[in-house]
Design a protein. Structure first.
Length: 284
């Protein structure tokens, strides 16, 4: 009977799950994606061809309107709360920003909701496109190609509006009520926050999703990196705006993705959840 040769070093390496173990990195999906989305000179040339194709006038017009809509939903305008005279000391706001996880009963106002949405991802400028009366709109976050692949949903738990799931429409400065009713018990089962984050008493939760097609059609696999960068920029904007409005916020990273997608009524493949921010008022 032939003896089996044992590679002791390899077996130990497979058992070693420390951060500096190469086999651990080799099994990482994130590292696999990162390595395979790196640019070489050749890949940059191919990317240039892809971007050139994107300059088609029809595609450009469509890309300049990255707005999802629920036409049959009841809408609430926040246009009057886009108060550009709103002032805050950005340096002190950055210095005082902290993740705060406990909240008290507080009904968030439409004014606060409006400022939170407008100053984080609302339309803050526009530029006429070359050929006709179409405009390319700009927002307060850097976005690859100005394609703005993100969507914002909110669950209003304690506010002046009915409880329910809302969707932000920056193109008409409104929020759409897409599912009215109490959802907190469902949320607590799919967002693993308590007891660390007291979501039961929060004023609202913000759900940030990405619509992949808006970005990947131009940038391919590399575009996913750009999407994550934009999620971070938007999330930081919201955190700082909360601080300026004397609201508390905390990001929640533990959630069952597809259950959250079901809650928001998105398909989970072409559009999916990317981040959750809990917002409320502290006792301080």
């Amino acid at each position: 009977m032939k003896a089996m040769k044992v590679n002791f070093r390899k077996n130990i390496s497979n058992l070693d799950k420390s951060l500096d173990n190469k086999s651990y990195i080799n099994q990482s999906l994130s590292m696999f994606y990162h390595e395979n989305s790196k640019f070489t000179r050749f890949e940059l040339m191919k990317q240039g061809i892809r971007i050139e194709r994107f300059s088609n006038p029809f595609v450009n017009k469509r890309a300049s309107q990255p707005y999802k809509a629920h036409p049959t939903s009841k809408t609430f305008s926040i246009k009057e709360y886009e108060d550009t005279d709103f002032k805050a000391d950005i340096f002190n706001t950055i210095l005082s920003r902290r993740s705060r996880r406990t909240y008290r009963d507080y009904a968030i106002s439409l004014n606060e909701i409006g400022k939170l949405l407008y100053f984080s991802y609302g339309i803050t400028g526009k530029e006429k496109m070359n050929d006709e009366d179409h405009f390319w709109h700009f927002r307060a976050v850097p976005s690859g190609g100005g394609l703005y692949p993100l969507e914002i949903y909110m669950y209003l738990n304690n506010s002046v509006l009915p409880k329910g799931i809302y969707h932000y429409r920056p193109d008409i400065s409104s929020i759409e009520l897409i599912a009215e009713g109490e959802q907190m018990e469902v949320i607590k089962e799919i967002v693993y926050a308590e007891p660390i984050i007291n979501i039961t008493k929060c004023s609202c939760l913000v759900f940030i999703t990405s619509v992949f097609g808006r970005n990947l059609i131009k940038y391919g696999d590399r575009g996913y990196r750009l999407i994550l960068q934009e999620v971070g920029s938007l999330s930081q904007n919201m955190s700082l705006i909360c601080e300026a409005l004397h609201l508390a916020s905390c990001m929640a990273g533990g959630y069952i993705d597809n259950k959250v997608n079901d809650l928001l009524m998105v398909d989970g493949t072409l559009e999916t959840i990317q981040n959750i921010i809990v917002i409320g008022k502290t006792n301080s």
